[in-house]
Write a protein that binds this ligand. Structure first.
Ligand SMILES: Cc1cc2nc3c(=O)[nH]c(=O)nc-3n(C[C@H](O)[C@H](O)[C@H](O)COP(=O)(O)OP(=O)(O)OC[C@H]3O[C@@H](n4cnc5c(N)ncnc54)[C@H](O)[C@@H]3O)c2cc1C
Length: 479
């Protein structure tokens, strides 16, 4: 059958079902309809334009700010991004781009820039901290089939550059050396450190974990999310060095993520930069005050901390010449993300900083941007914008708060010292290691319920559905 006929039919079928039958329980049983739709892997060429194009000022050109700028600009809004730094960049480390974020980047055309620099790992292997034995296993290649987008890993700078290139192509204006010092939510304007004032119809604070926009929205709050009792050493190793050591070459044979777990700590490692660098994040308990930390001793402290771990991991740490020590912080659910005058909101780490244990912090920021653009799309008049912002907040706060919780949960699951809980946990991952069928797993990447909830979430589709359902319930109430 010609593709056009299939697509017409698919549209007819899904138009018939989706507006009238929004499945409100966890189910994948209507996924078959997606197989009839157009190729989801292609960049989306035509997107519904906003009924009321706005002038939007985004504060912060991090991963979240740029993703939000793209999502809004492609729907016809005029977007200006203000960044305090004089040069754009990211920490020299890796980042995982899970399918829920990759799906959006694919649709927006960001993947056309990122693809050549990213690595598509085959699997994630959980290893016992002391001897490297495989205790958990997730096949990542299946994710592209299941969720419509791959599980990628890359260098942060490559992701940032790809977002920037896409944003610039869409006409987004990026202003460097533009530190925002004051927010005026009454007339949706900000003041820069050089005294100039920039106004729009809407201000979006995407200014990261140390956000000042958050304090403007929630004056009763201190600016900082809570420090956890954990810290991370972040480092990269040149793959060339690892290849020279026969005992480590196997780590590079097939691109995979490796995570050593146990004894109150964990280590996440994977290749980035087209396979030229090996990224490592070494998380450990540390209750000391970050103000007392000196980066000079970080490498020695890190090697000492992991000295009794799997000898292969110790060998890897011996190749690290420098590393950053990073305090790990998590936010709690905020009362609101929206200023009472409805001309300003926060998103990304500013709204929901989380432990990196689900590898979802930036992914949540990308989803936020996607959802906000959808929520604003049908507002035909300024009076409709506050309600659109409320719908955005309701959908995104629920999702990101749950992701904060899931991240904390990994900290519990992974950090058990050897003992009864650790044995039971490893038993809970045994089937996936042995290739037997399973209906649940103590590995949240593999557990079918958590995995579908995490990776099977299409932020644009879900926001559109939430808007539809919202409208339906409004009619019901007034009927
Ligand atoms: C160790 C570690 C590993 C992680 N791994 C992953 C992972 O694998 N996958 C994943 O999805 N997430 C991961 N994360 C989380 C992810 O890095 C963050 O969630 C994400 O970078 C947040 O993006 P953001 O744009 O909200 O904030 P940021 O990246 O912090 O960007 C904020 C921007 O705002 C600018 N800014 C701040 N104040 C002002 C001002 N007053 N005026 C103008 N500009 C301002 C800053 O200069 C910065 O450019 C990890 C985090 C850590 C710590």
């Amino acid at each position: 059958m010609p593709a056009g006929v299939v697509n017409q039919r698919a549209q007819a079928v899904s138009h018939h079902l989706s507006p009238h039958f929004d499945v409100g329980y966890p189910s994948q049983s209507f996924l078959f309809l997606k197989t009839l739709k157009e190729d989801s892997k292609a960049t989306q060429q035509h997107v519904a334009q906003a009924k009321l194009p706005l002038r939007i000022v985004v504060v912060g050109a991090g991963l979240g700010g740029l993703a939000t700028a793209i999502a809004l600009a492609r729907r016809g809004h005029s977007v200006e991004v203000l960044e305090q730094a004089s040069q754009l960049g990211e920490v020299g480390a890796g980042i995982q781009v899970p399918p829920n974020s990759c799906l959006l980047l694919q649709r927006w055309g960001v993947l056309e820039h990122l693809g050549p620099h990213a690595v598509c790992p085959e699997s994630i292997k959980f290893r016992k901290w002391s001897n490297g034995e495989t205790v958990g296993y997730t096949e990542l290649r299946d994710m592209e089939h299941d969720f419509g987008a791959a599980y990628l890993v890359c260098h942060r700078a490559d992701l940032h550059r790809s977002l920037l290139a896409t944003a610039v192509n869409l006409g987004v204006e990026i202003r460097l050396d533009s530190k925002v010092t004051n927010y005026d939510a009454m007339d949706a304007s900000v003041q820069l450190s050089n005294g100039s004032r920039i106004a729009g119809d809407l201000i979006i604070g995407a200014d990261g974990i140390h956000s000042h926009a958050r304090a403007a929205v929630l004056p009763e709050m201190g600016p900082e999310p809570k420090r956890t009792e954990f810290a991370a050493y972040r480092a990269t190793i040149e793959v060339r060095k690892m290849k020279a050591d026969p005992a480590l070459r196997w780590l590079l044979d097939k691109p995979s993520l490796h995570i050593w777990i146990g004894d109150g700590s964990h280590v996440m490692a994977y290749t980035i930069s087209r396979g030229e660098a090996f990224n490592m994040v070494l998380c450990h308990a540390d209750q000391s005050d970050p103000a007392t930390w000196t980066q000079d001793t970080a490498v020695t402290d890190m090697k000492n901390h992991f000295a009794s771990w799997d000898p292969q991991l110790v060998k890897l740490t011996s190749m690290i010449d420098s590393c950053l020590k990073w305090p790990l912080k998590t936010g709690a659910r905020l009362r609101t993300w929206i200023h009472p005058l409805s001309k300003m909101l926060i998103l990304g780490d500013a709204a929901h900083a989380m432990l990196p244990y689900m590898s979802q912090g930036a992914a949540m920021a990308v989803e936020d941007g996607a959802a906000l653009a959808v929520a604003l799309n049908d507002a035909a008049d300024r009076s409709e914008i506050p309600a659109a912002m409320q719908s955005f907040e309701a959908e995104r706060m629920e999702r990101s708060t749950a992701m904060q919780e899931a991240s904390r949960a990994n900290g519990i699951i992974w950090h058990y010292e050897d003992g009864p809980e650790q044995i039971a946990r490893d038993q809970g991952m045994r089937a996936e290691v042995e290739g037997r069928p399973f209906s649940w797993s103590s590995n949240q990447w593999s557990d079918p319920v958590t995995s579908w909830w995490t990776y099977g979430y299409d932020a644009e589709e879900r926001m559109a559905r939430a808007m539809r359902v919202g409208k339906v319930s409004k009619i019901d109430v007034t009927a």
